[in-house]
Ligand binder design. Structure first.
Ligand code: SF4
Length: 233
């Protein structure tokens, strides 16, 4: 059995390795804690370590669960559109296609008491993170997701009505739904950040590190740790 596990994990890694790196700054990364890490990803610099087969399985499970949530929302009466006429995800690109993103969907209509159209975003997480979302709300518990939603609302021009974020607990199947109003200041702040990162990358200048110590907790978990701290500055 373990051999089969290993075969699957190796196959997933091979598939992942064969995928072309993005040649744009992904909006979903703009809420990351570190400018330099976003820059490395945008510049196509290879991380020190690749995702393990198990991590890739977890990401794939998250995507499959999102499809389930789409079915449940439709069953509950929401007209949720997730693909355009060509069958592609809705998305946008700006700054000569250097900044781009894809959204999970748009609620076109649905049960009374809500405003449409509304951007829809779905996340799946384990019990510990899900509980934090419920207790503190997305803006405080997961500010990178909050920034992502604000940028999507701005770039997709879906800012008139609050966006809905659905967070599924992977351990218990509980769901948390939160309506997020547009905050132009936050959207502008992260849009400015994108321009700043693009300019620095074009000039081949690396932005300051997040911390002064490679053992800082975020750096310790960063897949660019070695690359980053072996650089001169
Ligand atoms: S190691 Fe730290 S400073 Fe360097 S890219 Fe990663 S998070 Fe940023």
């Amino acid at each position: 059995m373990n051999n089969i596990n290993a075969l699957i994990e190796t196959a997933l890694q091979a598939k992942s390795d064969s995928q072309k790196p993005r040649n744009y700054l992904g909006t979903s990364s703009l809420g990351d804690a570190c400018d330099r890490r976003i820059q490395y990803q945008y510049m196509g610099i290879k991380p020190d370590t690749q995702f393990t087969g198990k991590q890739l399985q977890t990401f794939a499970m998250g995507h499959a669960l999102e499809d389930l949530v789409i079915d449940w929302l439709r069953l509950a009466g929401f007209d949720l559109s997730t693909r355009n006429k060509s069958g592609d995800q809705y998305g946008f690109s700006v700054a000569d296609d250097k900044i781009a993103g894809h959204i999970d969907g748009v609620l076109l209509s649905g049960p009374d008491g809500f405003s449409y159209p509304a951007l829809w975003e779905c996340k799946t997480m384990n019990n510990k993170y899900w509980r934090d979302c419920v207790n503190r709300g997305i803006a405080l518990s997961h500010p990178h997701y909050y920034a992502q939603v604000q940028l999507y609302m701005a770039y997709m021009r879906l800012d008139e009505n609050p966006a809905l974020i659905t967070v599924l607990n992977k351990d218990s199947a509980e769901m948390h739904h939160e309506w997020i109003a547009f905050d132009a200041q936050v959207a502008q702040k992260y849009s400015d950040r994108a321009v700043h990162i693009l300019k620095a990358s074009n000039a081949k200048e690396f932005l300051p590190r997040l911390a002064n110590d490679p053992n800082y907790f975020i750096c310790k978990m960063c897949r660019f740790n070695k690359t980053c701290w072996e650089q001169q500055k």
